[in-house]
Design a protein around this ligand. Structure first.
Ligand code: 4IA
Length: 396
């Protein structure tokens, strides 16, 4: 097995992660990252197999670098993300009903109308051409307009959602400068998020109230309910923001694909999944070996942390033809951008509905979308994120 000095969390890598992914993929089915004393998988077959094998690679020791067997977690562990069956099963069943396709049906029209309204306001009075930052004006604006309302949290303090998520996703990585900078506000942001999970503050018709109703039915305990609401607020904001940023970046750099979407707007959902494959908004997370596990000719020792490169698996040429190309003609299903196996993203239907609404609204109104300046990445230990994406829109 190869030992590598690569640093997945350096600013250089976060600025442009793709060359390092290729190095790791080509180095073997599993490699050792000496800097952090962890193992890493970057090929599709191994990442997929490990995510599906939750018995060998459980999550309860944390899905970040820190091992909960030896270190106290910075916040109480998530009942979904950082818990294995059987404890994970009730929270998962409740949440997958609350944000599943059936529950989302009542939001569909409303979210499509909200997206149309957002886009109309951005374009109003611009005389056919407009330049804007696709991150703030679209990728952040749309989820922040629909998702907190759907959960049912109060308006006050919503500006804390993105900074909370930014720190949470940094905290899965090593204690580098990104984490140190975030620590300053972590206490205050966590306290705010926790306060929004209480039954008294949640609107009666939202996802949050539906989670508390499950506690009334006895499907969850009253101790579990607020933590399940916390999962929505933790995993549901930054991820969708940067998923939308990814698909907007994709179209701004692939004019022929935008043409195709304009012609066939029913491709909006495929386009979003293809962008999730292509950019992998959640680039990595860890598992922990529960016992000595043989992978190829390498024994990953019991207790070792293994970094799963979702982003590298999603561009593995062993699995995808011409993987670096964003292409609406391919079938992106099977990508591991939402994870795989029994922890696979429970909110993926929410994310897809947001993307479908926003892309449909844009495709109906915008003839051309192209970069109007240099896209600026936002460095985060877990996320492929953007500070700004200057775009030029030409209207119909
Ligand atoms: C939670 C991996 C990521 C999308 C995620 C982050 C937080 C939680 C779940 C998933 O707090 O439950």
């Amino acid at each position: 097995m190869k030992a590598l000095d690569a640093d997945p969390f350096s600013h250089e890598t976060l600025d442009d992660p793709w060359p390092m992914h290729e190095t790791l993929r080509e180095a073997g089915p599993v490699v050792h990252l000496s800097r952090y004393d962890v193992y890493a998988m970057a090929r599709y077959a191994q990442v997929h197999a490990a995510l599906v094998d939750w018995q060998s690679f459980p999550s309860a020791a944390g899905v970040g670098l820190s091992n909960f067997r030896y270190e106290k977690p910075w916040r109480p562990p998530s009942l979904l993300l950082e818990t294995d069956p059987p404890g994970r099963d009730a929270p998962r069943a409740v949440l997958s009903a609350v944000v599943g396709p059936r529950a989302l049906r009542r939001l569909r029209q409303e979210w499509h109308a909200a997206a149309a309204d957002l886009v109309d306001h951005l374009l109003a009075g611009t005389g056919g051409e407009v330049e804007l930052d696709a991150v703030t004006a679209l990728a952040e604006a749309f989820p922040l307009r629909v998702f907190p309302d759907a959960v049912g949290i109060p308006r006050e303090g919503r500006e804390n959602l993105l900074p909370y998520g930014d720190h949470l996703f940094n905290a899965f990585g090593p204690a580098n400068d990104l984490v140190r900078n975030g620590q300053e506000r972590a206490g205050e942001l966590t306290a705010w998020v926790n306060a929004q999970c209480r039954r008294e503050v949640l609107a009666p018709d939202g996802f949050g109230a539906a989670i508390w109703a499950a506690a009334d039915r006895g499907d969850l305990t009253v101790e579990q309910a607020p933590l399940v609401v916390r999962s929505l607020l933790s995993a549901g904001v930054d991820t969708t923001v940067h998923g939308l940023a990814a698909v907007l970046y994709a179209f701004a750099t692939h004019p022929a694909q935008w043409e195709r979407l304009r012609h066939s707007p029913e491709l909006a959902r495929v386009a979003f999944d293809e962008a999730v494959r292509w950019q992998s908004p959640v680039q990595t997370f860890f598992r922990t070996a529960d016992r000595d596990v043989l992978i190829g000719d390498v024994t990953v020792p019991s207790g070792a942390k293994i970094l799963m490169f979702l982003a590298a698996a999603n561009r593995d040429p062993r699995r995808w033809r011409d993987p670096a190309r964003f292409d609406l003609g391919r079938d992106p299903s099977g990508h591991v951008g939402f994870g795989m196996g029994l922890h696979q993203c429970v909110g993926q239907h929410v994310a897809r509905l947001e993307a479908e609404a926003l892309l449909t609204a844009l495709a109906a109104r915008v003839r051309r979308i192209e970069l109007a300046g240099r896209p600026v990445p936002h460095h985060n230990n877990t996320l492929r994120a953007w500070k700004s994406l200057p775009v030029h829109l030409a209207l119909d």
